[in-house]
Each structure stands twice: as structure tokens, then as C-alpha cells.
Design a protein around this ligand. Structure first.
Ligand SMILES: N[C@@H](CCC(=O)N[C@@H](CS)C(=O)NCC(=O)O)C(=O)O
Length: 214
């Protein structure tokens, strides 16, 4: 099977990179340089008109949307137990990933780029403040879920990789996340996993390559 993952540093594409690595999958990461608008090139738009990552290409077939990609990885590599075995718990895991995609990610995107949602002059700070309020409400929910637990379920699963990205992305803004002690502990725990260390080393190497090309 030929698996390729379109990826860009810092983005949510790091989550499937982690789960593919956890699964022991052989895959090719194809980095896109957003600063050079490679995600908007005619060639990429042909396979993903949404101009986003992650994008998975499996034997020439294309799959977009993080949650679907994570489910595909989990189903294709069942031995990695990337989703809980119990059907209800499996749905809870899918629910968690949908929440990352639609309940957390949009607020991170607003903080990252306020003009994409409001072009009123001088509105950036308001957009950031409102998005931060909603982001923190969601981090608090995750913090409560993670109380007394190492992972969202009784072992590492795909939602851990996805939430790791959600929390990491927030940590890269000028935000004080210290009130979310359980999310912070989860974040540190995730960083000690070999899959995450591999991802972080890969991200560094891609960033160095892009810096050279700047
Ligand atoms: N709904 C998509 C969102 C993916 C997404 O927004 N990716 C961002 C990076 S975190 C991106 O590629 N942005 C580039 C753009 O919007 O042009 C998913 O869940 O996979």
C-alpha cells in the first residue's frame, strides 16, 4: 500500500503524522510550504480544492478531513489500537475528534488570523479576545476530562494525538495556559512518546529546509 501524507509544520497535519507513526505505517510525508503558498498551487488544488492539510493519498485515492483520516488509519492498522475496541467508546473517540475539528480548531484559526473572519479595521484584538474565551472554555472541558487520567481512554488513542495538536497550537500563541494543569500534563506525556519525538524532529528538519528556501 502506498501512503502519502500532505503536511505542513505547526498545522493539524501533525496529528495523523503521529498516528501513522504509532501504527508503524510506512508512509511518505509531503511537506507544503505555506509561506510560499504551495497549498494553493494549481497542482495541489487539483487534489485538494480546499487548500488544506492534512490530506492522505492512499494508492492514488485522496482523503481529506482529519477525523476521517484518523479513522482510516485506525481501521487500516487495527493492531495499533488507535480507537477503543468497545463500540460505544469508539464513538466517544470519534466524538472527541469531531470536537477537536469543529469545536476547538476554529478558535485557534481565528486567533492565528483574525482578518479571515472579520475585516473591520481594528477588530483583530476583539476577534482574538472572543476566540480566546471560547478556546479556554473548551480547554477547561478537556482539562476536566483528563483529570486523574493519562489519556482520554485507558491507553493512547487517536484523539490524544489530535488534542495534543489543539493544545500545542494554543501554546504557540501568547496565551497563559497554566490554569489547564491536566492538559499540560497530557501535553508533556505526549511529548515523551517516540512518535511525537519523531514528529517534532521531522518538523524541525522541514522548517530548516523551508528557512533555506526563504
Ligand atoms: N476541516 C479540516 C481543517 C484543516 C485545516 O484547517 N488545516 C489548516 C492547517 S491547521 C490549513 O491547511 N490551512 C490552510 C488554508 O486554509 O489555506 C480538517 O479537520 O482536517
Amino acid at each position: 500500500m502506498d501512503i502519502a501524507l500532505y503536511y505542513a509544520p505547526i498545522t493539524c497535519a501533525l496529528a495523523p503524522y503521529i498516528t501513522l507513526t504509532e501504527a508503524g505505517a510506512k508512509f511518505e510525508a509531503r511537506p507544503l510550504n505555506f509561506r510560499k503558498d504551495q497549498h494553493k498551487s494549481a497542482e495541489y488544488l487539483k487534489i485538494n480544492p480546499k487548500h488544506k492539510v492534512p490530506l492522505l493519498v492512499v494508492d492514488g485515492k485522496v482523503l481529506s478531513e482529519s477525523t476521517a483520516i484518523q479513522i482510516w488509519i485506525a481501521r487500516t492498522f487495527p493492531q495499533a489500537k488507535l480507537l477503543p475496541a468497545d463500540p460505544w467508546q469508539e464513538l466517544k473517540a470519534i466524538s472527541l475528534m469531531s470536537w477537536c475539528a469543529s469545536g476547538i480548531h476554529p478558535f485557534l484559526a481565528r486567533i492565528n488570523s483574525p482578518p479571515r473572519v472579520c475585516d473591520v479595521p481594528g477588530a483583530d484584538e476583539s476577534v482574538r479576545r472572543l476566540a480566546k474565551g471560547q478556546l479556554f472554555e473548551n480547554y477547561k472541558i478537556a482539562d476536566d476530562m483528563l483529570a486523574g487520567r493519562e489519556y482520554f481512554f485507558d491507553h493512547f488513542t487517536a484523539p490524544d494525538a489530535y488534542f495534543f495538536w489543539c493544545f500545542r497550537r494554543g501554546s504557540l500563541f501568547d496565551l497563559d495556559l497554566s490554569q489547564f494543569a491536566n492538559c499540560t500534563a497530557h501535553f508533556e506525556r505526549m511529548k515523551s512518546r517516540p512518535s511525537v519525538q519523531k514528529l517534532l524532529a521531522y518538523e524541525k528538519s522541514v522548517q530548516a529546509e523551508f528557512a533555506k528556501a526563504a
